[in-house]
Ligand binder design. Structure first.
Ligand SMILES: Nc1ncnc2c1ncn2[C@@H]1O[C@H](COP(=O)(O)OP(=O)(O)OP(=O)(O)O)[C@@H](O)[C@H]1O
Ligand SMILES: [Mg+2]
Length: 226
């Protein structure tokens, strides 16, 4: 059974001039457990939109979304949010950390939002996630005191802290130098191998895509295998 699947999903956005821009046209794709999938495509082709739908942040205009075999058809916002929090961790292009919280507190945040952990369990989960992202040594630093790569590793720890089944990464290494980008990517793919976490990565970088099990291109509303 796939972790997340889209069946015949279509989505359009309305432009300021009142016209409509189709981004997805009857797209079907299934993400399997432990699979890494890259999505390439020109700027504006709809990669972020596709990842938002896969990440349950956005409901497509038409089509079916299934999470672990269960349809989200007719789900309320609260049910969708619950499914998202239980299943998905996000890493974005810029780390988007909360500036007035320390690295540790940023990583802890998803656990506090979930509200389902004791203090001791939280401490353990945060320590494990920071360890995996190799950022434990900066736990008391604030985001402004961290380099871009360190901030991105805090963001990765935050995405991992609830041991999500799926990581959605939207150009996670675009703001990093090559060596740091490689390191962040290697960490992401290691999760995939060791924990059976599934990963979807939108990227412009052919080198990044090369590491994925399945390489897709989004073009003119259609997904193609490269
Ligand atoms: N909510 C929205 N309202 C109006 N237009 C939108 C909305 N979201 C996205 N768009 C438009 O849809 C198109 C696709 O956007 P999207 O962010 O998915 O592209 P992308 O492939 O991720 O691009 P990039 O590589 O630059 O990140 C763009 O032209 C964008 O301006
Ligand atoms: Mg984008």
């Amino acid at each position: 059974m796939s972790v997340i699947s889209l069946t015949d999903c279509s989505h359009a956005v309305s432009l300021p001039d009142g016209s409509s821009l189709g981004l997805l046209a009857n797209v079907s794709v299934a993400l399997e457990k432990g699979q890494s999938v890259s999505v390439r495509g020109r700027s504006g082709s709809g990669k972020t939109t596709l990842l938002s739908i896969l990440g349950l942040l956005l409901t497509p205009d038409a089509g079916q979304v299934h999470v672990a075999g269960a349809s989200l058809d007719g789900a309320t916002d609260a049910q969708r949010t619950r499914a998202r929090r239980a299943t998905i961790g996000f890493v974005f292009q810029s780390a988007s950390l909360v500036p007035n919280l320390t690295a540790y507190e940023n990583v802890e945040l998803p656990l506090l939002q979930g509200g389902d952990h004791s203090r001791a369990r939280r401490r353990q989960a945060v320590a494990a996630a920071m360890d995996r992202a190799q950022i434990t040594h900066r736990r008391t630093s604030f985001p402004r005191q961290l380099s871009g790569g360190e901030q991105q590793r805090v963001a990765l720890a935050r995405a991992l802290v609830r041991s999500p089944a799926v990581i959605i990464a939207d150009e996670p290494t675009a703001s990093l130098d090559v060596a740091t980008a490689d390191r962040v990517l290697a960490l992401l793919l290691e999760r995939c191998r060791e924990d059976g976490t599934s990963i979807v990565i939108a990227t412009h970088d052919p080198q990044v895509a090369q590491h994925a099990h399945r390489r897709l291109t989004l073009d003119d509303g259609q997904l193609h295998d490269e």
